[in-house]
Design a protein around this ligand. Sequence first.
Ligand code: KMT
Ligand code: NI
Length: 172
Amino acid sequence: MRAYWYDNAPGDQRLPHDSGKDVNASALEQLGVLYFRYPEVAAVDELARERGYRNRDEITVSPEKMGAVYEDKVKSFFHEHLHEDEEIRYIRDGQGYFDVRSKGDEWVRIQLEKDDLIILPPGIYHRFTTDESNYIQAMRLFKDEPKWTPLNRSGELDSNQFRQEYVSHYLN
Ligand code: KMT
Ligand code: NI
C-alpha cells in the first residue's frame, strides 16, 4: 500500500496521478479508512469473524475476464459515490487504486497490491480504478445483506443519514 495526494492532472484515470506527496496510514485512519496487510488468508478469516463479515466473493476486473464491457465497467467504478455499508476489499492479485476524499475534499489515491486489505467506512465518497496493467483480482467481504449500491455524489445525497453520520464522525 502506498497513499498519496492525487495530482488532478488530465490524463487516463489508470495513470498513477502521483503528486509525490505521501499520505500515511494514520491520516487514512482519521478519515475512517482502515488498512491491513495479510499474507495469510487465516488472518482475514479472523477479521471477518470479529467484524461480522459472513459472506465473501471474488471479482476479477480485466479485459480477459469481462470482455467488451471492461472499459465501461472501469469508467463506472470511477464515478464518485458512497455506500451505506463498509466496502471491504482484499487484493489477491494484480493492483489498483482506490481514491477517497480528504477532509478538505481533495482526492487521496491509495495504491493496493496483493495481500492488502482495505475497509472504507459507510458514507465516505470514493472511487476505484485499475491501473495500467488492467488487472486486479479481489475478495469482497460483506455482512448478510450488504447495502453497497453505489450512490453517486450529489447535493441531495448530503442529507443521507449515512453521509451525515460519516461527516459528523470524521470530518468535523
Ligand atoms: C468496487 O467496488 O469499486 C469494486 O468492487 C471494484 C473492484 S474490487 C478491487
Ligand atoms: Ni464503492
